[in-house]
Design a protein around this ligand. Structure first.
Ligand code: URA
Ligand code: SF4
Length: 208
């Protein structure tokens, strides 16, 4: 598996755990290979299974709004899940299923080599910090085997709970600081140069 596309086609043909029998579509995850940030949820839900895309239901809409609040577009980041096929009735994935699926997320992380992995909710967080509660680990950046992992509440849990919602919004605001300054685009750089030039000419007016 040497590309995200190859991972996705392996996932589509995968029968390594029983979830392959009940899925409609596999959901490998999506985003550019040069993404700086990866968001990792638990597993596909009803809508994701229907469409073959991650976070396309209500939780996905909220995730997009959160991204927008920090000036990031969905297309700029990688969005995926711990398991790639929907567990029936949205139950938690079983250890057997997570173990069988592990190779795919591991490969996606290796290929993307992100600056930051944001785990969404208790389940995805436990993959990196086994046995720790989400309330204790959320909002705290830690390094695990060379990966920068930042757990936050799951958007589905925070969507309808005012307290969680405020916390996930606050935790989200920290994300830009955790990935460091973004490189300016050419347009941004040119407009900044133009601003500095006009400031300079104002200064020279003052001197005269
Ligand atoms: N919840 C998840 O954990 N993942 C999805 O893709 C959608 C909802
Ligand atoms: Fe394969 Fe993962 Fe789907 Fe199980 S959940 S069938 S391991 S892709």
């Amino acid at each position: 598996m040497n590309s995200l596309k190859e991972v996705a086609s392996r996932v589509a043909a995968c029968t390594d755990c029983p979830l392959s029998k009940t899925r409609t579509n596999s959901v490998p995850g999506e985003g550019p290979v040069n993404a700086e940030i990866m968001f990792i949820g638990e597993g596909p839900g009803f809508n994701e299974d229907k469409q073959g895309r991650p976070f396309v239901g209500a939780a996905g809409k909220f995730l997009e709004a959160l991204l927008e609040s920090i000036g990031i577009k969905r297309e700029e980041v990688f969005i995926g899940n711990v398991v790639k096929c929907r567990p029936p009735n949205n139950r938690d994935p079983l250890p057997l299923e997570t173990d069988a699926c592990r190779k795919y997320l591991d490969k996606q992380i290796e290929l993307i080599d992100p600056k930051l992995i944001v785990t969404l909710g208790r389940y995805a967080t436990s993959r990196f910090f086994p046995g720790q509660t989400i309330s204790a680990s959320r909002g705290r950046l830690r390094n695990v085997n060379g990966l920068n992992v930042y757990p936050i509440y799951h958007p589905a849990a925070a969507l309808h709970n005012g307290g969680f919602r405020r916390i996930i919004e606050d935790d989200f605001k920290e994300i830009p600081n955790l990935v460091g300054p973004r490189e300016m685009t050419t347009i941004e750089r040119e407009s900044k140069d133009a601003q500095q030039l006009s400031m300079f000419s104002e200064d020279s007016d003052n001197v005269r």
